[in-house]
Design a protein around this ligand. Structure first.
Ligand code: AMP
Length: 574
């Protein structure tokens, strides 16, 4: 697909989605479908099976969720919208985190349709799931192990299923769910629609597709690389940061890079608005630009950028189309773009006319795979760099002060009027000390506020280890040793100042940790919940990251004290 086709491609309204879904999408600030959505939604709405190769970050969840919601809703309406019915849709996912994420997304998209979506996964008390299933749900999003448990108990009826999605199928196989998936698919009525998404297509995935999909439409989001010579002169780098630290990381990167003008790309209008507010609050001069703004407003924003009153432009892809900003030195992707084409398109805004430009991407650990895909497709190298530390930042600011002083010494003929100050002080103080005090004042007057927040370093998420089919399954909190935790390094305890009396449950702790850091559920050790506090075992190497991240997260609506447990010296795995 060429860049032009992306620009002129169909919008959500052209994809035959119903008004309730369109409303939800516009409410979420999605301005246009991503490439995978554009290609997958029409055939799925027609009822075709589909085999899609796409990584996280491409928008694949909405690509299957929107057609599923629309088709199930059509069936329900035809049946008179009866309550308490059996599920019509089943989504199988590899992890608890993904189950929660997908069902939240489906719930948001399907709000106006009244679709009832239930995540079920190991680790959550089964009683609650049983009650919810009994009341009736339309879509179940489940990990294969727990889904099979329910099927065995007769609590997850399969005969009403019309659409089944295998999401991140390669991950499910890596986690040893192959047999479970086969068992589940075998029991579902044949006239169902089946969708399989996978980031990679090893032969085993092909095998599942051949056995269980009927004449599937095949979609791959990777495309031809841009022609040689098309790539402009751009330094490309990426920082891996967890979500909680993204605004801080953006600020840090801006401080160190000191762009003349930068454009920061976000996925949605809401993100544009929020980030603009956050960055202005942090003392940057940012302006928002998105599709919801009128021409006059846009012109005003552009005027401020051109005149230098603002130096940061926060924009969605759609809003930034056709913009040509002479002063632009930096393009920053606040998220990894959903397709390599849009990456190419975005970074093409700098490095024009032979000038050098900089493209920086902030990626979450889980988005690392998409970054690799972009590198492969664009045949360019994106260097993953360490987020500048507080010390780096201080050094950089001192360097700026030094450069300013040097400039003043070389160019300013007007220094003599300060001589009297130096000479009178020299009677009492050493000349170097006087200079030092003057540098301090100059440095502080640049507004170099102390930014003391250290941003934890995270590395890309490593691929999951192979496990035997039944081993450990997805029962993330069953703290037995079958789970095959990764590594075997020492564990340390983290103290969290909230416990049973605050309603803390193991899943809250696990959810907070896996959601904000690169620690996986399997790596978390024993969780002891006392009345007023909780102790959780974490691989020693990850303790600092976990402590930092939890300090910025709420647990049960509160921000409890979090620290390394005092007698939490590394201990061997039990
Ligand atoms: P996924 O690849 O499904 O994990 O989606 C990645 C992220 O992109 C999620 O945060 C979605 O909310 C967001 N997203 C999906 N589709 C769109 C769209 N058309 N426009 C903007 N954001 C989207």
């Amino acid at each position: 697909m060429s860049v032009n086709e992306i620009e002129d491609g169909p919008g959500f309204a052209d994809l035959a989605l119903g008004p309730e879904l369109l409303k939800a999408l516009s409410g979420l600030g999605y301005e246009e479908p991503t490439p995978i959505q554009r290609e997958a939604i029409p055939p799925l709405l027609e009822g075709r099976d589909l085999l899609g190769q796409a990584a996280t970050g491409t928008g694949k969840t909405a690509a299957f969720a929107l057609p599923m919601l629309q088709r199930l809703h059509g069936v329900l309406r035809a049946a008179g919208g009866e309550e308490g019915g059996e599920p019509g849709g089943l989504v199988l996912v590899p992890t608890r985190e993904l189950a929660v994420q997908v069902s939240e997304a489906m719930h948001r998209y399907g709000r106006d349709l009244g679709t009832r979506v239930l995540p079920i996964y190991g680790g959550q008390p089964i009683g609650r799931q049983l009650r919810a299933l009994e009341r009736g749900v339309d879509v179940v999003v489940a990990t294969p192990g727990r889904a099979l448990d329910h099927i065995g108990r007769g609590t997850l009826p399969l005969k009403g299923l019309r659409m089944v999605v295998l999401d991140e199928a390669d991950e499910m196989l890596d986690m040893g769910f192959a047999e479970d998936i086969e068992a589940i698919l075998q029991d579902i009525p044949e006239e169902r629609q089946t969708v399989l998404f996978s980031a990679t297509m090893p032969p085993r995935i092909d095998g599942i597709a051949r056995r269980h999909l009927r004449e599937p439409v095949r979609i791959r989001i990777e495309r031809e690389a841009p022609a040689a010579g098309e790539a402009p002169l751009i330094r490309q780098s990426a920082y891996i940061v967890s979500r909680a630290y993204k605004p801080a990381a953006l600020g840090r990167v801006l401080d160190v890079e000191a762009p003349t003008a930068a454009i920061v790309f976000c996925r949605t209008r809401e993100e544009v608005d929020q980030l603009t507010e956050t960055m202005n609050g942090r003392g940057y001069r940012a302006e928002a630009l998105h599709g919801g703004m009128g021409q006059e407003q846009r012109d005003r924003v552009m005027g401020r950028l051109r005149s230098g009153t603002a130096d940061l432009l926060m924009a969605t892809d759609v809003a930034a189309r056709g913009l040509d900003i002479e002063q632009l030195t930096h393009v920053i992707n606040y998220d990894v773009p959903s397709a390599p084409e849009s990456y190419v398109h975005r970074i093409g805004r700098v490095g024009r006319a032979g000038r050098e430009g900089v493209a920086i991407t902030l990626a979450e650990p889980r988005e690392h795979r998409m970054l690799k895909t972009i590198e492969r497709v664009t045949r360019s190298r994106i260097t993953v760099e360490k987020v500048p530390t507080v010390a780096d930042l201080r050094a950089r600011r001192l360097e700026l002060t030094r450069a300013a002083l040097q400039e003043s010494l070389m160019e300013d003929g007007d220094l003599d009027r300060f001589r009297v100050v130096v000479e009178t002080l020299a009677d009492e103080f050493d000349l170097v000390d006087i200079a030092l005090a003057a540098v301090k004042l100059a440095h502080e007057s640049t507004g170099a506020a102390a930014d003391e927040e250290e941003i934890p370093e995270v590395t890309p998420r490593a691929p999951r280890p192979e496990r035997g089919p039944r081993e450990g399954r997805d029962d993330r909190y069953g703290r037995d040793d079958r789970r095959g935790r990764r590594g075997g390094g020492p564990m340390s305890r983290v103290f969290v100042g909230a416990g049973r009396s605050a309603g803390v449950r193991p899943q809250d702790i696990v959810g907070a940790i896996t959601g904000e850091t690169r620690v996986t559920g399997r790596e978390i050790g024993a969780i002891e919940i006392a009345d007023r506090f909780t102790l959780v075992e974490i691989p020693d190497a990850a303790v600092d990251e976990v402590v930092e991240a939890l300090r910025h997260t709420t647990i049960k609506g509160k921000r409890p004290t979090v620290r390394r447990d005092r007698d939490g010296a590394p201990r061997g795995r039990r």
